[in-house]
Ligand binder design. Structure first.
Ligand code: MLT
Length: 363
């Protein structure tokens, strides 16, 4: 597989990370105290705010590989904290986080809510069904209203690609994208990367096969961006109608035949058909889709013997993934993805509010 210019750097970073990660795993087994972030201490990032010089998180696009690694490293302390009986710190005490969800969500909304609360913030959820958007208010007016309430961070999910960027341009506080249309879902990309690192220890040289509705999936897009930046070889597999025309620009290898795409894969990530974003018929029938693109135990045997199975949820069991694969102990990382999601969202909220909290080096 072709290697990219940043790979040499990433290989070194990744080796270092594996060592740090092993040390941290050992440390977390022997101690109840969450380890301090090792990021700057190890000198692997620029100091202070230069480690993550962004005012928000709108996508993985635009992040440097070391900035992605920085967020993953920051999340490790929260993984450890979340495994302890007492899961709350007061880092964000006095801050208000608004979760403005204009599109339905269960796990992402809950995950951001838990993340904010575990950091000690006041968290308010605004759901579109009960908001003035239903009364005809424009998105910009809603944004101005949220801004006037002096939120310290706003987490936004919206059905339109680009809506989150529009709001981010109108408010004073950091904005986090919790999924915008078919554009990006950056915290999902980060939590998937963290899940892979926990299982495999590295990204460099790993083959990750992503299969499903690549055309409409923001999860696919954020994962392609994150995993290729970190040095993985990414294969994407979909029926021709669900594969973007210019997919090679994402530095991934496209396949239409799932069995070929699975050969030797270290990670198999299955995606849901995004029916809500489809206008017209994209697949002949769910039955045929399952036959050609569903992950069964027989199919999984074509991947590496220890291949990790992932799915961002919600799953359609019996369509893109069989139940006995989704629940395969030791191989399915689907619940680990949910666990890593809380830690990643804590890391993002904590890092993005450092300026407002006048954290040394970040003010
Ligand atoms: C998303 O918000 O995109 C989900 O996490 C994945 C899905 O809906 O299939």
């Amino acid at each position: 597989m072709p290697v990219h210019s940043t790979d040499k750097w990433i290989v070194t970073q990744s080796r270092l990370m594996r060592r740090v990660h092993r040390f941290k795993s050992l440390a977390s087994m022997t101690s109840q105290t969450p380890p301090a972030p090792t990021a700057q201490a190890a000198g692997r990032y620029p100091a202070g705010s230069a480690a993550f010089p962004h005012g928000g998180l709108l996508g993985i696009a635009g992040l440097a590989p070391h900035e992605i690694l920085f967020l993953l490293d920051e999340a490790e302390q929260w993984v450890d904290l979340n495994r302890q009986p007492k899961k709350r710190v007061e880092s964000l005490r006095g801050l208000t986080i608004i979760n403005a969800f204009f599109e339905n969500s269960t796990r992402t909304l809950l995950s951001f809510e838990i993340a904010g609360k575990r950091l000690g913030a006041d968290v308010v959820n605004m759901q579109a069904a009960t908001s003035s958007v239903k009364k005809g208010e424009t998105l910009i007016d809603t944004a101005m209203t949220l801004n006037a309430m002096r939120a310290d961070a706003i987490v936004i999910r919206h059905a339109s690609s680009g809506a989150v960027r529009l709001i981010a341009g109108k408010v004073d506080c950091p904005v986090l994208n919790a999924g915008d249309g078919q554009h990006e879902h950056p915290t999902q990309g980060l939590l998937d990367a963290l899940t892979i690192r926990h299982a495999k220890g590295t990204f460099v040289g790993l083959t990750v096969t992503i299969c499903g509705d690549i055309l409409h999936s923001r999860v696919a897009r954020s994962n392609m961006l994150a995993l290729t930046a970190l040095g993985a070889n990414v294969r994407v597999c979909a029926p021709p109608a669900l594969m973007p025309a210019d997919i090679e620009r994402m530095r991934v290898t496209p396949f239409h035949d799932f069995d070929t795409a699975l050969k030797g894969a270290d990670v198999v990530m299955m995606l849901r058909l995004q029916n809500e974003r489809m206008q017209g018929q994209f697949i002949p029938s769910p039955r045929e889709y399952r036959h050609l693109y569903g992950l069964s135990l027989d199919r999984l045997a074509k991947a590496a013997p220890d291949a990790l199975v992932m799915h961002p949820g919600p799953m359609n069991r019996g369509i893109e993934i069989d139940s006995n694969v989704a629940d395969l102990v030791g191989r399915s990382a689907i619940t680990t993805q949910v666990e890593m999601g809380v830690a990643i969202r804590m890391a993002c909220l904590e890092v993005l509010t450092r300026k407002a909290r006048a954290v040394e080096g970040w003010a």
